[in-house]
Design a protein around this ligand. Structure first.
Ligand code: NAD
Length: 344
């Protein structure tokens, strides 16, 4: 793999400069803050290229990835487009010998991820997923308290949940074909949190879904995402995990993750965490703030990998695990039976 002498030798570009969350601008700013050099923006929407030129005067702009790969000397490309385009755009850049960071979810199917990992290896470049939430204060706090301080003993189960009672919005995230389904947006973050806490191998996934309540009322009709998606994951160590993402749950859920161990339960939310334990027969509840987010560490790690050869934290292989769970959950829901996990 090509090593760079210093961070600003790494010329970076983004594919997708969407307006929903201004993610293209955020990525370029974060890479700039890590010392890399913004060089190019590719967008199919010409209006968004105007916005990119206003944000980064002098930046190269391209209407297609093909045009960018042909003309630009960009070393590292970040894919920030709708989910069903991730695999094809990433493969195109990897095969052209460029390093790729792809937004979450890395892809929709395991087969796509396996092809991406193989293409990166063949070209001798890196493949990473922008799992920025790996450095959220809530999970940094939980890893310290649960894995290092053992405040709840050994983990028995993790319950991940998010949702409420909401008609899916008129955007691509509400299309099952484009997004992959209701589990693929926040679900991939919650799984990535959980897989930091349970080290054991995955063994089996059961998926469940309800579809069709909101569909007639949305612009996507039958292609609308599920009303609710649910998965049960088994681990080799005997632990299990449940994931529920719902738009049809009238009881809004407290917290993002509830982790139950042999000596207590840890409820993790965006801002704080609560630990429920028993001491001398009495129930004891302690609620504290989480530490601060450290999102900047994502691109610092990518930079340190490319410049100093330090280990890459979010590898293609790491990102494969949550995608494999999501892929199996969707297929299992259709098949009506549990499916076995496959490692490569
Ligand atoms: N990590 C996070 O916290 C986080 C937050 C928000 C979004 N995201 C992810 O970012 C990605 C994009 O989401 P968004 O909210 O920015 O969507 P968006 O709709 O605002 O932007 C997507 C952009 O991609 C462009 N595009 C589509 N196909 C293209 C192609 N072939 N070539 C070039 N441009 C193309 C569209 O024109 C659009 O402007 C998704 O994977 C989403 O899950 C991640």
């Amino acid at each position: 793999m090509q090593k760079y002498k210093k961070a600003n030798d790494i010329k970076v570009g983004v594919v997708g400069y969407g307006g929903a969350f201004n993610m293209g601008k955020q990525h370029l700013q974060q890479m700039l803050a890590a010392g890399m050099t913004p060089l190019a923006v590719t967008e199919v929407d010409a209006g968004r290229l105007v916005a990119a030129r206003a944000d980064f005067p002098g930046i190269e702009t391209y209407p297609t990835v093909g045009a960018m790969l042909k003309k630009s000397r960009v070393d590292l490309v970040v894919i920030i487009t709708p989910h069903n385009t991730h695999a094809q755009l990433t493969l195109q850049c990897l095969r052209a010998g460029r390093h790729v960071v792809c937004e979450k979810p890395l892809a929709i199917t395991t087969a796509e991820v396996d092809a991406m990992i193989a293409a990166a290896k063949k070209s001798g470049v890196i493949l990473s997923t922008y799992h920025n939430r790996h450095w959220d204060g809530c999970i940094l706090e939980a890893v310290e308290r649960i894995k290092k301080q053992k405040v709840i003993g050994d983990i028995i189960r993790i319950e991940c949940h998010m949702g409420g009672y909401n008609l899916p919005r008129d955007w691509w995230r509400s299309s099952r074909t484009v997004s992959g389904g209701i589990l693929y947006d926040w679900g991939v973050h919650l799984l990535e949190y959980s897989l930091q806490l349970i080290d054991a191998e995955l063994t089996e996934v059961s998926g469940f879904s309800h579809h069709g309540f909101w569909a007639p009322l949305t612009k996507w009709k039958k292609d609308t995402i599920e009303d609710e998606g649910f998965a049960v994951v088994r681990f080799k160590g005997g632990q299990w995990l449940t994931l529920a993402i719902s738009s049809i749950d009238s009881k809004p859920k407290d917290g993002r993750l509830e982790i139950t161990g042999t000596k207590g339960t840890y409820v993790l939310d965006g801002n704080d965490h609560t630990i429920y334990r028993h001491a001398d027969g009495e129930a004891v509840t302690v609620k504290k703030n989480n530490r601060a987010d450290a999102t900047h560490k994502y691109y610092e790690n990518v930079r340190d990998h490319l410049v100093k050869g330090k280990p890459l934290t979010i590898t293609g292989e790491w990102s494969r695990r949550p995608i494999h769970i999501l892929d199996l959950a969707v297929r299992s829901a259709k098949a009506g039976k549990a499916l076995t996990v496959k490692y490569v």
